[in-house]
Design a protein around this ligand. Structure first.
Ligand SMILES: NC(=O)c1ccc[n+]([C@@H]2O[C@H](COP(=O)([O-])OP(=O)(O)OC[C@H]3O[C@@H](n4cnc5c(N)ncnc54)[C@H](OP(=O)(O)O)[C@@H]3O)[C@@H](O)[C@H]2O)c1
Length: 304
């Protein structure tokens, strides 16, 4: 979907609009003429001045009620999350509140028919198959959020759909410890990145393609309501191959040491099934990995 296309709504709420994917989505919506309210936890420098901002904790039901009830947006894009792959016990409660409580609050207080579509954000980390076991507190909370979405749709007819994102990369990723920004910044600084064995296979998807997916979901009919839709490349590439590709593009002259970090336990390997997105939304990823990495490297070169 390009800037010249018209969207079938004029107002939207984007939670997590100060984050990596939420800020890219909000920017695109504004360019397409949508009035966007962004939610973040606190005011600070660098927030997009083209948005109206609301600050609060989405795990606080009172805040969400005040946010949604007076003037409901036509579309809610819910991207706010405590994003962490960590397994520590002290992550359980923050991951639960920032991912699951926030999602249930939004589903509860988004009034229909004014709010015509709610798009939640799921994750490749959500377990699948028979008797699935989530591999982290984050995965458990995301998985439960998708379950609540199905329940709200089945019981109350809530027009909710979940975008199940795979590994997103691109310019301005806020968590600089994530593999791609970490490796690029290490190379730019002339430092040797600390790397695991690199054998894990991952489905990498460029942020602009993800934004296209959200817009297509917002504009789509009722067929996907109550469902999760994979937004990924549909292809697995190992961490080692991604780092080698960055190395090839940047030529930092650094010898890579594989295995200086331990591999994480219970790491899931899964690839997006993009048949649903392609059939119902006409959505397909457009950005080849090398081009996406080139654009990402360029951004970090220019932004330090
Ligand atoms: N990045 C990926 O590869 C990936 C893969 C799969 C799924 N996802 C999902 O995609 C979404 C966006 O990810 P991202 O990488 O853009 O995340 P991010 O850069 O870490 O941004 C997270 C956002 O959530 C907000 N937030 C967190 N807890 C909140 C709370 N309790 N109340 C209000 N706002 C809260 C943060 O606000 P502050 O800035 O104020 O803290 C920030 O705007 C998340 O739902 C994530 O689970 C991401």
């Amino acid at each position: 979907m390009s800037n010249g296309d018209r969207l079938p709504f004029t107002s939207a709420l984007v939670t997590g609009a100060s984050g990596f994917i939420g800020s890219a989505l909000a920017r695109r919506l504004v360019r397409m003429g949508v009035t966007v309210t962004g939610v973040a936890t606190r005011p600070r420098e660098g927030l997009d001045p083209d948005l109206q901002w609301s600050f609060g904790d989405l795990a606080d039901a009172g805040y969400v009620k005040r946010l949604l009830e007076p003037d409901p947006p036509e579309v809610i894009f819910h991207l706010a999350s405590y994003v962490t792959g960590g397994r520590d016990r002290d992550i359980v409660l923050p991951a639960f509140h920032s991912n699951l409580t926030s999602t249930v609050n939004l589903l509860t207080f988004a009034r229909q028919p004014e709010c015509r579509r709610i798009i939640l954000t799921g994750s490749l980390e959500e377990p699948e198959g028979e008797a699935p076991v989530p591999s982290s507190p984050y995965a458990a909370a995301k998985w439960a959020g998708s379950g609540y979405a199905r329940m709200f749709h089945a019981l109350y007819g809530t027009p909710v759909v979940t975008a199940r994102l795979f590994m997103v990369y691109g310019p301005d990723q806020k968590d600089l410890n994530k593999l791609i920004p970490y490796v690029i910044r290490s190379f730019l600084a002339g430092e040797t990145p600390r790397l695991s064995s690199g054998v894990r296979e991952v489905d990498w998807i460029y942020v602009d393609d993800v934004v296209d997916g959200y817009l297509a979901l917002a504009a789509s009919g009722e067929a996907l309501e109550g469902r999760s839709v994979d937004i990924g490349s549909g292809r697995l590439v190992t961490i080692r191959d991604v780092v080698e590709e960055i190395n090839d593009l940047m030529q930092p002259g650094i010898r890579l040491h594989w295995g200086s970090l331990q591999d994480r336990p219970l790491e899931r390997i899964c690839v997006a099934d993009i048949t649903t997105a392609s059939r119902h939304l006409g959505w397909r990823p457009k950005t080849p990995l090398r081009i996406g990495l080139e654009q990402t490297i360029e951004w970090y070169r220019n932004h330090g």
